[in-house]
Design a protein around this ligand. Structure first.
Ligand code: GAR
Length: 189
């Protein structure tokens, strides 16, 4: 039987799509479903078109944690992938899935992490600081935003005239290349 994983996402879901595509027909892993805290997030529709079930749960369910844990345990889920998920993961979820939750962050942590640092805000901060490189960080999730143990990082160099959109484009390319492979490595063991 394959090991079942779930993706949590709040936005457009391009990473969710890449992971689903990469793991389709995988011998030991499968994406069982995708959960979002946004009823109108494009990810819900995007993954349904790929043949993967998707569900909206309100923020209150994620904050309480128990309704989510019950849902995941009833489906036999063994690991959680955060792919553009913007809520803090609550204690009941962390306790039910110790060392089984991973997140991707669009910068080189520990720089440019923490509350409010997501999506374009990250790339704008990187630009404002005049960084000449950025990248991605994939890490385990703990009770603090972006502070769990780092699993993997990849870098891209930035040109002096790269704006936030160009930085986002370079970072997204790294995400799509590496995140599916890191998911496979972490959960396929
Ligand atoms: C990704 O760039 C991901 O790294 C970022 O949100 C984007 C989601 O894109 N996550 C964070 O900023 C978390 N702090 P997607 O919906 O197209 O996969």
């Amino acid at each position: 039987m394959k090991r079942k994983l779930v993706i949590f996402a709040s936005g457009s879901g391009s990473n969710a799509e890449k992971i689903i595509e990469y793991l389709s027909n995988h011998p030991t892993l499968e994406i069982s479903c995708v959960l979002s805290n946004k009823s109108d997030a494009y990810v819900l529709e995007r993954v349904r078109e790929l043949g993967v079930e998707s569900y909206y749960f309100p923020k209150s369910d994620f904050d309480l944690g128990i309704p989510i844990v019950d849902f995941l345990q009833n489906r036999g889920i063994e690991g959680i992938i955060l792919a553009g998920f913007l809520l803090k993961v609550s204690q009941p979820i962390l306790q039910a899935f110790p060392q089984k939750i991973i997140n991707i962050h669009p910068a080189l942590l520990p720089k440019y992490g923490g509350k409010g640092m997501y999506g374009h805000f990250v790339h704008e901060a990187v630009k404002a600081a005049g960084e000449r490189e950025s990248g991605i960080t994939i890490h385990y999730v703990n009770e603090h935003y972006d502070e769990g143990n780092i699993i993997f990082q990849a870098k891209c160099s930035l040109d002096a005239d790269d704006g936030p959109e160009e930085i986002a484009r370079k970072v997204q390319k790294l995400e799509h290349t590496y995140f599916p492979r890191v998911v496979e490595k972490v959960f396929g063991k």
